[in-house]
Design a protein around this ligand. Structure first.
Ligand SMILES: [Zn+2]
Length: 197
C-alpha cells in the first residue's frame, strides 16, 4: 500500500522580538538535517536585513526567495519539495491563506511564521485565518521592556510617543521604533472605546 504523504500547517506566531524567525530557522535546519527538501519564502516587503535571506535578531540566517504575491510561492515550488517555510506571513494579502492550505493539502509540511497582532493589538492581516487552519500553533512571547513580564504585544513609538490607533500599519520612512510589551504596558492612543465607559 502506498503511504499517503500527510500535509500539515504549523504556525509560529507572537509579537515582535519573540524569536519567531529564530524558531523558523531552527525548524528549517532540522528538516535539512533530516535530508528533506526545503524551500523558504518571504515577502518582498520585508527588507529588514537581507533581501535574499530570513535572518533572526540573533543573526541566524537561511536563504529565502522574496516574492510579491502569494501565488508566487506556487509558481516557484520545485519538484520534490517536502517542506515550505514562509516568514513574515502577515505582510501578504489574504490569498496566502489558500496558497498555504493548497500546499498542505498536496502533502507538504508548511511552516508559517508571522505576527499575530499589529501595533494596535488587532489581528494582523491573514494571520488569524492561517492560525485557525493550522494543525499546530506555537505562540511565542518576548519580555516587556517596562516590567519584565511576558510580552505579547508590539508597542509602536513614533517620535518618542505611543502611536495612534489610526496611524497606518505600514509607514515607510517614518521615524519609529517598536518594542515588546505586556498587555498592561501596551499603549494605543485614540483606541476606540466600544463600551463608551
Ligand atoms: Zn509590562
Amino acid at each position: 500500500m502506498v503511504k499517503m504523504k500527510r500535509g500539515v500547517i504549523e504556525v509560529i506566531t507572537g509579537c515582535m522580538f519573540s524569536g519567531k524567525s529564530e524558531e523558523l530557522i531552527r525548524r528549517i535546519k532540522r528538516a535539512k538535517i533530516a535530508k528533506q527538501n526545503v524551500q523558504v519564502f518571504k515577502s518582498s516587503l520585508d527588507t529588514r536585513y537581507d533581501e535574499g535571506s530570513v535572518v533572526s535578531h540573533s543573526g541566524a540566517k537561511v536563504e529565502a526567495i522574496s516574492i510579491d504575491h502569494p501565488e508566487g510561492i506556487i509558481a516557484k515550488i520545485e519538484d520534490g519539495t517536502e517542506v515550505v517555510a514562509i516568514d513574515e506571513a502577515q505582510f501578504f494579502n489574504d490569498r496566502i491563506i489558500y496558497v498555504i492550505e493548497f500546499l498542505a493539502d498536496k502533502g507538504l509540511r508548511v511552516i508559517v511564521a508571522g505576527l499575530d497582532t499589529d501595533f494596535r493589538g488587532e489581528p494582523f492581516g491573514p494571520m488569524p485565518y492561517i492560525l485557525s487552519r493550522a494543525e499546530k500553533v506555537d505562540k511565542l512571547t518576548a519580555i516587556c521592556v517596562i516590567c519584565g513580564d511576558e510580552a505579547t504585544r508590539t508597542q509602536r513609538i513614533i517620535n518618542g510617543n505611543p502611536a495612534s490607533y489610526f496611524d497606518s500599519v505600514i509607514m515607510v520612512g517614518a521615524s519609529e521604533k517598536y518594542e515588546p510589551r505586556c498587555r498592561t504596558h501596551h499603549v494605543v492612543l485614540d483606541k476606540p472605546d466600544i463600551f463608551h465607559r
